[in-house]
Write a protein that binds this ligand. Structure first.
Ligand SMILES: C[C@H](O)[C@H](C)C(=O)SCCNC(=O)CCNC(=O)[C@H](O)C(C)(C)COP(=O)([O-])OP(=O)([O-])OC[C@H]1O[C@@H](n2cnc3c(N)ncnc32)[C@H](O)[C@@H]1OP(=O)([O-])[O-]
Length: 719
C-alpha cells in the first residue's frame, strides 16, 4: 500500500506502507504506481517526495513473494515512470534503502538520507543481483569500481559514505521528510535532464578489459562456486560497455538465470532461517514469546585466553560494562594489551571511539560480586570449571546468571556446582569470538526460560545470531563434526589423501577442507576430547583392537600424529607441513604420505581409489545423519537451527543453505540410499546407519524442510 498526501500546497508525498520494512510487495507496487499517476497528473502537484512509513524507506523487493507466482506491476517500468516523469521526485531515505528500495531511490531525481540511514544492494546474499536497474544506474552515478565493490559484496554503506560516493545529494540529522519537502519545493519546475541517471554516460575505468578480467578472477575466487557474484560482474560489464537499454536487457537475462536457481533458493531459505532461530523453543515448552529476558548491564568474563579476550571485546563493543578476570598476572597483562588492540581495530573499522573505558581488569574474582551475568572461559577442564562455578556462587549476587563458554562439556553437571542451577546456561562462542556471528546458547534440564531468554537477547545485543540448543556432548556443532571427521580419517585409511579429501570439500564450497581446518584449529584440541572420552590408547599396536573402540571402528591416525607432536600450524606440521610453526600456507608433506602407506601396511589395509563423490557422501551424509539424530533427540528444535549453526560457525557454504537444507536438494531418499550403501560396506560405523527420523521423512514422501518442525513435534511420540 502507498499513501498520498499533499503538503506545502504543491508537494505530493507518497508514503510506502508495509511494516516492518516497507518491502515492495505487489500491493505496495500497485500503491506506488497509482499514487505516482495521481501526483504526476494533478496540476497542483509541482514536485514529489517518496518516503517510507515508520522511519524506514524500503527493505527492497518482498522476499516472501519470490517462491510464488509474482503478480502486480513490475519494478523496472514502475521506476522508469518515476525517472522519466516531468516532475522532480525526491527520495527521503530514513533507516534503510536496500535492494529494490535503493533502486527506487536511484530512479528518483534527488536523494536525501538521514545520518543514521544505511543503503545497499544486498541481492547477492539472496543469490540474486539488483534487477530493477541497480547494476546500470549505480555505476553511472558513482563509477564502476565503487559500484562493483558494493554490488558484489552486498555490503551496506552509512549515509556519510553514501554522500562521499555521490549516492545521495544530502544528509540530514533532522526530519528527513521535511528536508525532502523543502528540497522538492526548491527544485519544482527545474529541468530534470541532468537528474535522470539512466541518461548518464557510464564512466569507463582505465584498461576496461583488464579491469574486468581482474575483477572476475577475484570474485570467482572469493565466491567459491556461488553464481550471483559472478553474474553481478557480468551485469556491470554490460553497464560499462553498452547503452543503458541494452545493459538493462543483460541485467534481466542474468537475473533470469539466477532467480530460479538452487543457490537462490538456498540463500533465501538461509535468510529466513537466521530469523527463525530467534523464535526459539525447548522440548520442556519454554518459548521465545513467553520467556521474559532480564536486562544485563554489567557482565564479567573469567579467563582471558583467546576466547575470553574475544568475548570481552564483543561485550564492550555492545556497550556493556565488563569485569575481565585473569588470575595469572602475566596472562592478565598480555590480555589487556591484546584486548586494547582488538578494540582499537574494531573501532577504526566501525568509525567509532574504542570502548576502552568499558572494561576493568582484575586478577581475582571479588570484583564480579555486582555483575548481572558471568561468562566463564577458562581452559576446557571440568574440574577447573567446577571450582570456578563454586567460587562464583559464593561471590556473585543470588540472581547472577552463570554462563560457560565450554564447547562441549556437560552444562547440567556444571550447574550442579552452582548455588542456583536454573541460572546456568552455556554461551558457546566461536573463534575469534568478537568476529564470528554464531552463538550456541545451551540450556540444561534445569536452565530457566528466563536464563535462556537472557542469553539469547545478550547474543543479539552482541550482534550475534543466537541459536538455542539442548545439552549433550558437543551440543549441535561439535556433535555433528565428530562423524564428519571420523569419515575423513577412515577415507585416509582406505586410500585417500588429505589433499584429495580437502579438494572435494573446498570445491563443494567450504573455505577449508577438514584436514586444513584441523591443522588451523590444532589437532591437539580433538586429541584432548578423545582422551577425555577414553578413546586414545597411547602407542596403539597394529592388532585389530588398534582400530576398534567399544565394538565400533576407530581410526587412531589423529592420535598417532599428535603423539609425534604434529599439532598442525602451531607446530609447523600436521596433515600438511608449513614453513615454520605458526605458518599459514599448507604444503603437501611427503612424510605424511609415507606415514599413511606404512600405517596401511601395518594394519593390513589395501589402498583403493577414492573419488570426490565418495568423499562428499561419506563426510557430508554422516554429518547430516547426525543432524537428523539431533532433531530426533530434540537437541535442536528445527533444521534451521542446525543450518544456521553450520553456515555461521563451521564454514558450510551459505549458497548450499546448510546441511539439512542441502539434504533436501540432493533428495532425502538419495541421502538415505547412499547412507545404507556405505553402511553395508562399513557395518561397524554407526555414524553411517541411517537415522529413524530420516527414514520416517522419506516414508512420508520427503516433506519440505519448512514443515519438519511440525512433523517432528507430531511424530516425536512415535520416534
Ligand atoms: C529487485 C531487487 O533488485 C531485488 C530482487 C531485491 O530487492 S531483493 C531484497 C533485497 N533486500 C534485502 O536483502 C534486505 C533484507 N532485509 C534485511 O537485511 C533486514 O531485514 C533489514 C531490512 C536490515 C532489517 O533488519 P532487522 O534486524 O531490523 O529486522 P529483521 O528481523 O531482519 O526483519 C524484520 C522482519 O522483516 C522481514 N523482512 C525484512 N526484509 C524483507 C524483505 N525484503 N522482504 C520480505 N520480508 C522482509 C524479516 O523476514 C522479518 O520478518 P519476521 O521474521 O519478523 O517474520
Amino acid at each position: 500500500m502507498a499513501l498520498f498526501t499533499l503538503v506545502s500546497g504543491s508537494v505530493g508525498v507518497v508514503t510506502l506502507q508495509n511494516p516492518p520494512v516497507n518491502a515492495l510487495s505487489a500491493a505496495v507496487r500497485h500503491g506506488i504506481v497509482d499514487m505516482m499517476d495521481k501526483a504526476l497528473s494533478e496540476p497542483e502537484v509541482k514536485s514529489v517526495v517518496i518516503c517510507g512509513q515508520n522511519g524506514r524507506f524500503c527493505g527492497g523487493a518482498d522476499i516472501k513473494e519470490f517462491g510464488k507466482n509474482m503478480t502486480g506491476p513490475p519494478l523496472v517500468p514502475m521506476i522508469h515512470r518515476i525517472e522519466s516523469g516531468a516532475k522532480p521526485v525526491v527520495a527521503a531515505i530514513e533507516g534503510i534503502a536496500l535492494g529494490g528500495g535503493l533502486e527506487l531511490a536511484l530512479g528518483c531525481h534527488y536523494r536525501i538520507a538521514h545520518s543514521k540511514a544505511r543503503l545497499g544492494l544486498p541481492e547477492v546474499h539472496l543469490g540474486l543481483l539488483p534487477a530493477a536497474g541497480g547494476t546500470q544506474r549505480l555505476p553511472r552515478l558513482i563509477g564502476v569500481p565503487a559500484a562493483l565493490e558494493l554490488i558484489t559484496t552486498g555490503r551496506y554503506v552509512t549515509a556519510a559514505e553514501a554522500l562521499r560516493l555521490g549516492m545521495v545529494d544530502e544528509v540530514t540529522d533532522g526530519n528527513t521528510v521535511d528536508a525532502a519537502v523543502k528540497l522538492a519545493l526548491s527544485v519544482a519546475g527545474k529541468s530534470l535532464d541532468a537528474r535522470r541517471i539512466s541518461n548518464y554516460p557510464c564512466p569507463q575505468p582505465p584498461g576496461l578489459d583488464r579491469f574486468f578480467e581482474t575483477a572476475m578472477q577475484q570474485v570467482r575466487q572469493s565466491a567459491r562456486g556461488a553464481m550471483a557474484p559472478v553474474a553481478c560482474v557480468q551485469a556491470l560489464r554490460a553497464a560499462a560497455s553498452q547503452p543503458y537499454g541494452e545493459g538493462m536487457q543483460r541485467e534481466k537475462e542474468l537475473m533470469d538465470t539466477l532467480f530460479h536457481s538452487g543457490q537462490a533458493r538456498a540463500l533465501q531459505y538461509f535468510f529466513f532461517a537466521q530469523r527463525a532461530v530467534g523464535r526459539w523453543s525447548t522440548p520442556s515448552g519454554s518459548r521465545w514469546d513467553s520467556s521474559k529476558p532480564r536486562p544485563v548491564h554489567k557482565a564479567a568474563v573469567v579467563g582471558l585466553g583467546t576466547m575470553g579476550r574475544g568475548i570481552t571485546v564483543a561485550l564492550a563493543q555492545a556497550g556493556l560494562s565488563v569485569v575481565a578476570v585473569e588470575t595469572h598476572e602475566k596472562q592478565l597483562m598480555e590480555a589487556r594489551q591484546a584486548v586494547s588492540g582488538m578494540l582499537e581495530r574494531g573501532a577504526k573499522r566501525r568509525g567509532v571511539a574504542p570502548a576502552y573505558g568499558k572494561i576493568s581488569y582484575s586478577s581475582d574474582l571479588l570484583p564480579v560480586a555486582d555483575v548481572d551475568l558471568v561468562i566463564e572461559a577458562v581452559f576446557e577442564d571440568m574440574e577447573l570449571k567446577r571450582s570456578i562455578f563454586e567460587q562464583l556462587s559464593e561471590i556473585c549476587k543470588p540472581d547472577t546468571f552463570l554462563c560457560t563458554n565450554t564447547s562441549g562439556l556437560d552444562i547440567d553437571r556444571l550447574a550442579s556446582h552452582a548455588r542456583n542451577p536454573e541460572l546456568v546456561v552455556g554461551m558457546h562462542f566461536f573463534a575469534p569470538a568478537h568476529v564470528m556471528k554464531l552463538l550456541e546458547v545451551v540450556y540444561g534440564p534445569r536452565s530457566s526460560p528466563q536464563a535462556v531468554a537472557t542469553a539469547m537477547l545478550l547474543g543479539r545485543k552482541m550482534d550475534k545470531v543466537s541459536v538455542a540448543v539442548g545439552n549433550c556432548p558437543g551440543f549441535v556443532g561439535n556433535r555433528m563434526l565428530k562423524p564428519y571427521l571420523e569419515q575423513a580419517f577412515f577415507l585416509l585409511e582406505e586410500g585417500a589423501t588429505p589433499e584429495l579429501v580437502d579438494q572435494a570439500l573446498e570445491e563443494f564450497g567450504f573455505a577449508m577442507g577438514v584436514f586444513r581446518m584441523s591443522d588451523l584449529s590444532g589437532l591437539d584440541v580433538g586429541w584432548r576430547v578423545r582422551k577425555a572420552d577414553g578413546l586414545v590408547v597411547a602407542g596403539a599396536s597394529t592388532g585389530p583392537s588398534a582400530r576398534s573402540r567399544r565394538g565400533f571402528r576407530y581410526s587412531p591416525l589423529g592420535d598417532l600424529l599428535c603423539e609425534r607432536g604434529r599439532f598442525g600450524q602451531k607446530t609447523g606440521s600436521g596433515w600438511y607441513r608449513y614453513d615454520k610453526p605458526g605458518g599459514r600456507v599448507a604444503k603437501s608433506d611427503p612424510w605424511l604420505h609415507g606415514f599413511l602407506e606404512q600405517y596401511r601396511a601395518d594394519h593390513g589395509l589395501a589402498a583403493r581409489r577414492v573419488d570426490q563423490q565418495e568423499v562428499l557422501e561419506r563426510c557430508l551424509y554422516a554429518l547430516i545423519n547426525e543432524g537428523f539424530r539431533i532433531l530426533e533427540d530434540g537437541i535442536a528444535a528445527g533444521p534451521e537451527d542446525i543450518d544456521v549453526i553450520y553456515v555461521l560457525g563451521y564454514g558450510w557454504p551459505r549458497h548450499r543453505g546448510g546441511p539439512m537444507f542441502y539434504a533436501t536438494t540432493v533428495g532425502l531418499s538419495e541421502v538415505l540410499e547412499r547412507l545404507e550403501h556405505h553402511h553395508r560396506a562399513h557395518p561397524d560405523v554407526p555414524g553411517l546407519q541411517p537415522c529413524r527420523l530420516l527414514r520416517k521423512l522419506v516414508a512420508s514422501g520427503s516433506p519440505p524442510v519448512h514443515s519438519w518442525r511440525e512433523f517432528i513435534k507430531k511424530s516425536r511420540s512415535h520416534l
